[in-house]
Design a protein around this ligand. Structure first.
Ligand SMILES: *[C@@H]1O[C@H](CO)[C@@H](O)[C@H](O)[C@H]1NC(C)=O
Ligand SMILES: *[C@@H]1O[C@H](CO)[C@@H](O)[C@H](O)[C@H]1NC(C)=O
Length: 325
């Protein structure tokens, strides 16, 4: 049975008293809650501008709403979640959640508690929430997701043998050695050096001698030309002494430089073994025969050096080219 009833929502009690005895053409009148089957929505309430109104569901709230009575003439429907309206007759709607770029919304119900799904078109991946629910406040839960291009690598954007890694809306290039930059097209390869000699020690007879050494080689895997400079030629006449040799390879295309530095010691040849003179003794400072090795000889008891010879003279290996007695 449908209850129809008019009740006072606002207005003056004096007026209410007056109207309460009046019935309209449907037989409705303003009174305490009761069942009036002949009282319809189109009846009564006509005077609502005067402060009267009509509640078309009477005390029977829709969609599981519960009626809350306020005194004998007034009341309201307390609606369940997701329903609104005087009689809880209106379900909350969130409306169409809106299109997304490069994707679509799957779902046709946009009312309270309904769920829509999102899908991306081919080659796009979804980020964010793949589904949203219509909440009681009439808004969709969460943010709408986005569809982002996930197939950048098919166009081979990475150069020089780099590995392309797809991301969502971006990609990264993992460069091989010698290359850098977003696309691995920036050459950071320095000249590659081979055969840089270690420190050298050369023994020569002459005070100034031609000294040679194996020159290092420099190459560029990227096949650009290199400028190679050195402070000494490979074959050069050098006196006894110590020398620092430097090779510098410069790659003009990127300014990278590789250096080879080593030291050369040029020393006189060691002297031959000195034999002790007949009837004499040789006294040296050690067993070595290197430069600055010093020997002294003296005669055995009862023997003498030839006249005029200063036997106390020290002989130093390498100091005199003519050798020793
Ligand atoms: C995009 O989705 C596909 C399929 O789920 C997956 O294989 C691929 O790794 C994703 N791409 C990115 C960049 O996350
Ligand atoms: C350097 O000297 C070596 C040995 O004397 C010789 O074989 C070579 O040809 C010389 N190289 C140059 C570039 O003069």
């Amino acid at each position: 049975m449908v209850f129809k009833h008019a009740y006072a929502r606002k207005g003056l009690s004096g007026t209410l008293l007056l109207l309460s005895i009046l019935r309209d053409y449907c037989g409705c009148h303003w009174e305490a809650w009761e069942a009036w089957s002949s009282c319809t929505e189109s009846c009564s309430g006509a005077a609502n501008e005067d402060g009267w109104d009509f509640e078309r569901c009477n005390t029977n709230c829709f969609n599981g709403g519960s009626f809350v009575e306020l005194g004998t003439l007034d009341g309201y429907c307390r609606c369940p979640t997701g329903y609104v309206g005087n009689c809880c007759e209106t379900i909350v709607t969130c409306g169409y959640p809106g299109d997304i770029n490069n994707g679509r919304v799957v779902g046709i119900s946009f009312t309270y508690d309904q769920v829509v799904q999102y899908e991306c078109i081919e080659k796009y991946n979804l980020t964010g929430y793949a589904s949203r629910r219509c909440t009681q406040s009439g808004t969709w839960s969460d943010m709408s997701p986005t569809c982002q291009f996930a197939k950048h690598c098919v166009s081979s954007p990475c150069k020089n043998g780099a590995t392309c890694v797809d991301g969502l809306g971006f990609y990264t290039c993992e460069c091989v050695t010698g290359w850098t930059g977003a696309y691995c097209d920036v050459d950071i390869q320095p000249p590659v050096m081979e055969g840089c000699p270690g420190n050298l020690k050369k023994f020569v007879s002459n005070r100034i001698s031609e000294i040679s050494w194996p020159a290092p080689t420099f190459t560029d895997p990227m096949a650009t030309s290199l400028i190679i400079e050195s402070n000494y030629n490979t074959n050069i006449s050098l006196p006894w002494g110590d020398f620092s040799v430097q090779y510098v390879a410069t790659k003009p295309s990127n300014g990278q430089v590789t250096e080879c530095i080593f030291h050369i010691s040029v020393r006189p040849n060691p002297c031959d073994d000195l034999a002790a003179p007949a009837n004499g003794i040789l006294m040296c400072n050690g067993w070595q025969k290197d430069y600055f090795h010093i020997c002294l000889f003296t005669c055995l008891s009862g023997y003498y050096l030839p006249q005029g010879f200063n036997y106390a003279q020290w002989y130093v290996c390498g100091q005199v080219a003519t050798g020793f007695l």
